[in-house]
Ligand binder design. Structure first.
Ligand code: ATP
Ligand code: MG
Length: 266
């Protein structure tokens, strides 16, 4: 686990539950009971079956939903306060780009929303980073799904946030681009350790990037397993071929099968 460092933020998730009231008078419990402490600068990957509450947990961390029970604090502040201080970078499952703004203006949007002057060099740097410098003037409808995701990642990083919340940011990328982006994300993270929570359906991606992988059980989501990943950093693409990596992959894949379909997992 990375130590708390100046400029990074630890997160405390305490007895958090989320129940949604439905229009028919019924309700569903999306998140059961989650307790988790994340050290400043730590990278957490969250995996689990579809519908287990991963996005709901991230939306609560991002201040977009309120827990029905429990508390979340980020460096001692509420998520809302953290957003006010521009400390939170978010790329959600739906890329959320503004359809009327060009790629470049979408990346620059957090400056405008924060009432800050746009740092054009920083915007260009991030467009380069995600390989879309030639599409700076394109509108989202002119971009592929993977390109839109890359714009969304660039936008989440533009203000150099202390906490990064990423919900399946690489889901629509082809395998090669996805590996490159994994490497890039690791590089960005290691330059300035940012407390990061990444939701992914890829167990390989989770192990490659994280300090700890958290496995959520089916709805109502709870943490079924927390696995520390002690592979040396920087991890290289070849790390994925090493026996220690393959052992973790086998262990976590079996654990995921077990929570998804306990009756067939042996
Ligand atoms: N605004 C909402 N109102 C009612 N129910 C909701 C709402 N948002 C999510 N849910 C329900 O909460 C549960 C968890 O949804 P969530 O989107 O958090 O799952 P997830 O783990 O992110 O799934 P996936 O891997 O498919 O993205 C689901 O049953 C979903 O229908
Ligand atoms: Mg989701």
């Amino acid at each position: 686990m990375a130590a708390d460092e100046k400029g990074t933020s630890s997160i405390v998730i305490e007895e958090v539950r989320k129940r949604f009231e439905l229009t028919n008078g019924q309700s569903i419990e999306a998140v059961g009971h989650v307790d988790l402490e994340i050290a400043g600068g730590e990278f957490i990957a969250l995996i689990g079956p579809s519908g287990c509450g991963k996005s709901t947990l991230l939306r609560m961390l991002a201040g977009l939903e309120q827990p029905s029970h429990g508390r979340i604090s980020i460096a001692g502040e509420t998520p809302e306060e953290c957003i006010k201080h521009h400390d939170l970078g978010i790329a959600m499952q739906e890329h959320g780009l503004m359809p009327w703004l060009t790629a470049k203006k979408n990346v620059a949007l957090p400056f405008r929303l924060a009432g800050l002057p746009v740092d054009e060099d920083r915007v260009d740097e991030l467009l380069n980073l995600v390989g879309l410098q030639d599409f700076a003037e394109a509108l989202p409808k002119q971009l592929s799904g993977g390109m839109k995701q890359r714009i969304s990642i660039a936008r989440s990083l533009v203000l150099r946030p202390r906490v990064l919340i990423l919900d399946e940011p690489f889901g629509a990328l082809d395998a090669v681009t996805r590996r490159l982006m994994n490497n890039e994300l690791q590089r960005i993270w290691s330059q300035k350790p940012t407390t990061t929570i990444l939701v992914t359906h890829s167990v390989e991606e989770a192990i490659f990037l994280a300090d700890r992988v958290c496995l959520m059980s089916p709805r109502p989501g709870r943490l079924a397993l927390i696995e520390p990943i002690e592979l040396e950093r920087p991890r290289k693409l070849e790390t994925m071929q090493e026996q220690s990596f393959l052992n973790l992959l086998a262990k976590l894949t079996a654990a995921l099968d077990e929570v998804c379909m306990p009756e067939v997992a042996t």
